[in-house]
Design a protein around this ligand. Structure first.
Ligand code: ZN
Ligand code: ZN
Length: 140
């Protein structure tokens, strides 16, 4: 087996190959992430660039407490991260059950009164993010 020579280039490639499923990874909000299996390369360092400061700091991680009725889930935490999607700021949600990336699933039918955002992961887990009275968020 031949070990390839060390890469001497200083430019960061815009895409890499996922070590888990070998599909192409893409850079999402300063992280190298595989959209297929949700693998995140935390060793990736984004290229330094100038970013305007905004009120909502993207990249901030939040820990959400369970607010539903299930006792067995009361200690389970859900991690979310604010990220920018075009001109909106959305939540990047990590599945509390399998730690995969979750996608927002649209609320079908009528609009609910509670501002509830639903997410699901590729394994079929579903969570809802709910605003709490004190202004923070919870999940169930
Ligand atoms: Zn992958
Ligand atoms: Zn899951």
């Amino acid at each position: 087996m031949v070990i390839s020579p060390a890469i001497t280039t200083t430019t960061v490639p815009s895409s890499r190959i996922c070590v888990r499923c070998e599909s192409t990874m893409i850079v999402t909000y300063d992280e190298l992430e595989c959209l297929l299996c949700g693998y995140v390369d935390y060793t990736y360092t984004p290229p330094v660039r100038l970013r305007p400061k905004s009120i909502l700091s993207t990249g901030t991680r939040y820990v959400l407490r369970y607010v539903g009725d299930s006792k067995s889930l009361s200690e389970t935490l859900t991690y979310v991260k604010l990220k920018r999607l075009r001109n909106r700021v959305v939540f990047g949600v990590k599945c509390p059950f399998c730690e995969k990336r979750m996608d927002q699933s649209s609320l079908s039918g009528k609009r609910r009164e509670v501002r509830e955002e639903r997410y699901k992961c590729e394994s079929g887990h579903r969570v809802s993010l709910l605003p709490k009275k004190d202004g923070s968020m919870g999940w169930k």
